[in-house]
Ligand binder design. Structure first.
Ligand code: FAD
Length: 353
């Protein structure tokens, strides 16, 4: 276990904002979590950080920042159809996707090039290009700081939904994820519902019509599209989409559509009420569209800004503080609310607000 004090978090967050942590602990083996538990009470402030690509430090962190850096990918079960993988939380997400498509496995290919660690992937049920992690997550091994014990949680227990899970709602960091199990298919199961993806594959592939794409080709296509659309955090620091796409009742959506005929909206499956009345059904709006309509795309306030090419991505043009970025985000939230009556919720964890 590596431990140090008053450490800058700047290298550990993709917004590259300055913030310090009272104590910084790095562990390379899951069993070191037991030692950490013995050294720290369950209610002492603790923040578990992966690659820092979905957090915004608005202030210094008055507690311990823990990074779980364990490594390892192993096959724990296999038959003709599928394979169960156990992956350490400290592995890189994209490297896991690359490993899976290189082994001709199916399930993770649409999630290629999402930054971050494997341990953080269940936190907000990462999703992209028509697929969410819940699609192939089998279970999660966690250390429960409250009960001081190890648990294996099933997909149902982890309660994953759109950019949310039991873990994301756990602001006291009760659960520390040490490994994640995935069930991947050996049979082709392409998900090509995202129009831009099938379009890209058709334009860039010289294969005969009717032949299936490999998971490797799909992952390559997703990576190419992502590179062309999203700013690279190493060039322009950011945390990907800053706001979740809001969900509203159909009645509100129809009202908005009368005023803004081009407003995009997509029907959502409601798990709370599987048979809602038409007016009560849920519609997902595009947060990026609302922000762009409100005129914030490319807007800059000092070094805090909205990406010129992507209204949903907040960026640090150089020396913005977390507070600068958060103030701009709050101004956007309040403007969008007053124009459209819609609340935007941040996607990254805001630390210290
Ligand atoms: C350019 C860019 C593009 C992105 N695109 C997408 C996208 O398409 N889809 C998407 O869903 N996300 C996207 N993201 C967000 C981000 O990549 C994911 O949320 C990712 O899973 C975060 O991983 P991380 O290791 O960086 O987590 P961190 O940012 O370090 O942490 C995020 C949260 O997880 C918690 N956490 C981390 N590790 C653990 C652990 N082991 N145990 C318990 N809690 C933990 C932290 O406390 C924090 O609350 C993007 C980000 C960037 C910068």
């Amino acid at each position: 276990m590596k431990q140090s004090h008053q450490i800058s978090m700047k290298p550990f967050n993709s917004f590259a904002v300055e913030a310090s942590a009272d104590t910084y602990v790095e562990i390379n083996h899951w069993y070191e979590l037991d030692e950490l538990d013995a050294a720290q009470s369950a209610d002492a402030p603790l923040l578990c950080l992966g690659e820092g690509s979905n957090v915004l430090f608005v202030d210094d962190y008055p507690g311990t920042v823990l990074r779980i850096r364990n490594q390892g990918i192993s096959v724990v079960d296999e038959d003709d159809e599928q394979l169960v993988l156990r992956v350490a939380a400290g592995e890189s997400w994209h490297q896991l996707v690359t490993w899976s498509v290189n082994h001709d496995l199916w399930g993770l290919e649409n999630l290629a090039l999402i930054p971050g660690s494997v341990g953080a992937a269940p936190i907000q049920n990462i999703g992209a290009y028509g697929v969410e992690l819940a699609h192939c997550l089998q279970s999660v091994q966690v250390f429960d700081r409250q009960q001081s014990c190890w648990l294996r949680m099933s997909l149902d227990e982890a309660d994953l939904s759109y950019r949310d899970s039991l873990f994301k709602r756990d602001q006291d960091q009760r659960y520390l994820i040490s490994e994640v199990c995935f069930c991947l298919s050996k049979r082709p199961e392409p998900v090509l519902t995202y129009p831009g993806l099938i379009d890209y594959l058709q334009r860039h592939s010289d294969r005969e019509a009717g032949r299936e794409y490999s998971s490797f080709e799909i992952a390559e296509a997703v990576s190419a599209i992502r590179r062309s659309k999203l700013p690279d955090p190493s060039q322009l620091p950011n945390a990907g989409s800053f706001f979740k796409n809001p969900q509203v009742r159909a009645a509100q959506y129809h009202g908005l559509k009368e005023q803004y005929p081009n407003i995009p909206g997509f029907a959502v499956d409601s798990h709370d009420d599987p048979y809602p009345s038409e007016e009560d059904s849920l519609i997902k709006l595009s947060a990026g569209w609302l922000i762009e309509q409100a005129g914030w795309k490319g807007h800059r306030l000092g070094d805090a800004g909205v990406a010129p090419g992507h209204a949903l991505v907040m960026v640090n043009h150089g020396s913005a503080s977390g507070r600068d970025i958060w103030s701009l985000a709050q101004a956007i939230q309040s403007d969008v609310h007053s124009r459209f009556g819609v609340s935007l919720q941040p996607e990254p964890r805001i630390i210290g607000a």
